[in-house]
Design a protein around this ligand. Sequence first.
Ligand code: GDP
Ligand code: IMO
Ligand code: MG
Length: 424
Amino acid sequence: MPAKVVVGVQWGDEGKGKIIDILASRADVVVRAQGGNNAGHTVESNGQVYKLRLIPSGILYPETLCLIGCGVVVNPPSILEEMDELAKRGIQFDKFYIDPRAHVVMPWHIELDGLSEKFRGNNDIGTTRRGIGPCYMDKSERSGLRMYDLVHPEVFRAKAKPLGELKNRFISEIYGEKPLDVDAIIEEYIEYGKRLAPYIADVSVLVYEANKQGKEILFEGAQGTLLDLDMGTYPFVTSSNPISGGVCTGTGVGPTMIGEVIGAAKAYTTRVGKGPFPTELFDAVGDTIRERGNEFGTNTGRPRRIGWFDGVILRHAVRANGLTGLAVNKLDTLSGVGSLKVCVAYQKKDGTVLKNYPASLEELAECEPVYEEFPGFDEDITGCRSFDELPQVCKDYIAKLEEVCECPIKMVGVGPARDQNLER
Ligand code: GDP
Ligand code: IMO
Ligand code: MG
């Protein structure tokens, strides 16, 4: 059976967790492919709210195999804390595995994330300071520690000691800060490794075998297309590949396994952290959407920047991910905000109209959004349970988004719960 992928198509927080949870009810396997505990995925199920950082959003279904692929960076105390919290709420981990090739986020990565952000001053990226970038740096530099190492104490000691000492030289000699206690960190992490050892298994093999047996596989994206290291607003991006191509390298499967790619979007746009955001709103409308949509980071609590729906970035996402459909969330949040705008193109100062997202921040800085305006709506749509029940203005708005994105909209979200998702 062809596998499905869910990716974020804006700057993260599009409601991927909700869509994964809905689709996971029909899946046998859910797999995370990239990112780390910089993600924050919210799932509302039976009136309970779960905030997941590293654990795949399929975990709420006891029969579902939940996997963390080789492309994910794992923070051991963070994942253990998450597992403990979920276990207290009755969630079981007997079908949960982490690939031995996944890299380990170490305390020096977190320290160096903060120090390099401080060094950048006003040009900081606004990272989550979870050590994600420095961990992927070590992976690319071929000096990283992997989950296999973590669960083999002698291997871990031998590799971690010189690495930690080198990082301490960066911390003290370059940044002038207090070095970390490498020996204490190693012993602490070996204890985490003992707890995580039962959960290590080759994810590439597990997914391949499940696929051969005709099982339904769902790949869970973290972050979003515009945060992609290659296709995003570089350098204001994360250090992994959230686009659908990242699923293959991040889990060890080939592209022929994938049949469907669903992009999660919001009916407007949000962004946490710094970087360009052409349709950003700085007025009362933006504040209203932030308050109504409770747009504060799931992970760091930071207020999210708000803007109108941007068709240019959506078309970029449709192309870069090979989207077969879109899920548009949070339409309900736009109720009562007045007339709605959709960005259909960018226009440069010299009058040139751009239909495609530019590669450089310099070119982007010259662009102004070209908007089309639509009547808003005041109805409370959170009780709608089918697309037909939506007011006509909402249907027209969705039809316009579909036309601008050049991609079918298959789901519309009118609230955070499982049953507030209207399938078309
Ligand atoms: P993710 O990172 O893409 O999984 O998204 P987050 O969980 O960080 O942020 C999305 C937020 O929107 C969460 O609080 C969800 O519960 C909520 N949400 C998702 N879909 C809808 C929707 O259709 N309407 C409303 N009002 N909230 C939604
Ligand atoms: P989910 O999966 C929104 C942003 C950070 C920052 C940039 C780099 O919940 O959609 P990093 O710590 O990754 O080096 O930070 O990326 N960022 C996210 N923004 N949602 C996320 O994940 C994010 N993960 C990282 O705010 O701008
Ligand atoms: Mg999130």
